[in-house]
Design a protein around this ligand. Structure first.
Ligand code: BG6
Length: 472
């Protein structure tokens, strides 16, 4: 079994890419994430192929180098000027309109003798068809990989269309869809913890678990991205992708066989087993002040908060609800899983235990600043009577910033390791889960910034239960 990212890929056809092309080289994503990731890869000795930026900004390669310098300087810092020099020496730039044939001819030329380039589309999805077709016509797509960024569509139909466009030029094994959540250290840790330990397996199922909650809280708003956010809302922005992917990792069966596809096959089964959400499974919220953001409609009903109940119809999970809550302008920034166990079959001691938090639980902190795994138990309070108190046992508590998701994912894509990328069937199945409630839903309830969302969010939980609020 070899699911580590350092392990050999057993599916074959996994030669390393011999050039990295990135479209959108002068854009925001490149500035914030791509250059810092390339710098980190160079520092580790993982990048020694030409890197060709493409954009239509009338830049020169020197402009690109300056931009790269500024980007790394701002996002992480240049701690070794020699490393930056090496990266700078790998950079090349092609300027041109994505609509024009000559851009792709120039790219072909810049690729020189490269035979297996990886094309990274750090551009808005509306440009994917143009660029993908341009790459196809020019021959630059031959033997190549393509790396694309979310959003993969805005509903099931548009996701299917997008997949058709990609498949018209690239076969599925050559397509790498980045859901950056899957490249995060805490998510790797979650996967590892689940399948590298024996004790968890017998209790990780409907017989022992009562419910699973996942909270993705952000303590900031839409950060000037009002126009973008109006088009998506929390359901499309983070629930359909990051949160359902995390749920799939929590719920999947152990991967079988040592291939890259083994893990994706198991995740896909979980997506298939998820019930399509009904309007009663969803509560939406909108923070007060959102409508004053630039680019936001004065009467916008777009949700900045979503709480959903996901049921998984499988042997392992029948009857165990997965509650997901994601929101902007929450009190803290944290993503956390709380898996609550059922009570012991009998109450042996004469204590009144009615609070859901009196149950045992497994708490997984998935960042952003730290990774933690903790077990909630009860222990007797010293003294005469058999009365207990909750205690938490830390199994692991460490920093989460060893490797950025973009460094990990770009490296994996260039090596042909597809395990951490969203696959066509998984993406479409996840859209099927949310598709109905994208339009068929109740109003977005207002909530005050720096609170845990609208009180209505408890409506998706069973009576007497409440949301677990992660600590700062
Ligand atoms: C992005 C969303 O995909 O994920 C953002 O578009 C969200 O709205 C972000 O803030 C969260 O990811 P991270 O890595 O910043 O926690």
């Amino acid at each position: 079994m070899s699911l580590t990212t350092n392990a050999p890929v057993l599916d074959g056809a996994a030669e390393h890419s011999d050039a990295l092309v990135f479209f959108g080289a002068t854009g925001d994503l490149a500035y914030k994430k791509v250059f810092p990731a390339l710098y980190a890869m160079t520092k580790r000795g993982h990048l020694n192929i030409p890197v060709i930026g493409v954009a239509s900004s009338s830049w020169t390669v020197d402009d690109l180098r300056k931009r790269a310098h500024d980007s790394v300087d701002t996002h992480g810092g240049i701690d070794d000027p020699k490393v930056f020099e090496t990266l700078s020496g790998l950079l090349n730039y092609v300027d041109g309109d994505y609509l024009q044939e000559k851009t792709y001819t120039a790219l072909r030329k810049a690729l020189g003798g490269a035979k297996r380039p990886a094309h990274y589309l750090a551009i808005p999805p509306s440009l994917f068809p143009t660029v993908v077709e341009g790459l196809g016509r020019s021959g630059a797509a031959d033997n190549a990989r393509v790396i694309v960024e979310k959003p993969f569509g805005r509903d099931l139909a548009s996701a299917q269309l997008l997949n058709q466009v990609l498949h018209s030029v690239f076969p599925e094994p050559s397509i790498f869809r980045i859901d950056h959540y899957l490249g995060k250290e805490p998510i790797e840790n979650l996967l590892y913890f689940r399948f590298a330990n024996t004790f968890l397996e017998p209790i990780w199922n409907r017989n022992y678990l009562e419910s699973v909650q996942i909270t993705m809280a952000e303590n900031f708003g839409v950060q000037g991205r009002g126009k973008f956010y109006e088009e998506v809302g929390a359901l499309r922005d983070v629930v359909q992708n990051h949160m359902l992917q995390t749920t799939a990792l929590l719920a999947m069966e152990p991967p079988v066989g040592g291939t890259n596809e083994a893990l994706r096959d198991e995740k896909e089964k979980v997506f298939k087993a998820m019930r399509t959400l009904l309007p009663t499974d969803l509560v939406r919220g909108q923070f007060i002040g959102y409508r004053d953001e630039d680019g936001v409609a004065p009467a916008s009903d777009v949700e900045t908060f979503a709480a959903v109940k996901v049921m998984i119809d499988s042997w392992r999970w029948e009857g165990v609800p997965f509650f997901i809550r994601a929101g902007k302008e929450m009190p803290v920034e944290a993503t956390e899983v709380l898996a609550r166990f059922k009570r012991p079959p009998q109450q042996v001691f004469a204590e009144e235990l009615i609070d859901p938090d009196d149950s045992n639980y497994l708490r997984l902190r998935l960042g952003p600043d730290r990774v933690a795994i903790a077990l909630g138990c009860r222990a007797k309070v010293p003294g005469e009577s058999f009365v207990g108190a909750p205690v938490e046992l830390y199994l692991c508590n460490q920093s989460s910033d060893e490797m950025s998701p973009y460094e990990r994912l770009l490296g994996d894509a260039m090596s042909g390791r597809s395990m951490l990328f969203a696959r066509e069937d998984g993406v479409e199945a996840a859209w099927r889960v949310v598709n109905r409630v994208l339009d068929d839903h109740g109003p977005a309830h207002p909530y005050h910034p720096k609170t845990w969302g609208p009180s209505e969010a408890s409506a998706v939980l069973p009576q007497g239960d409440y949301w677990h609020d992660p600590e700062a």
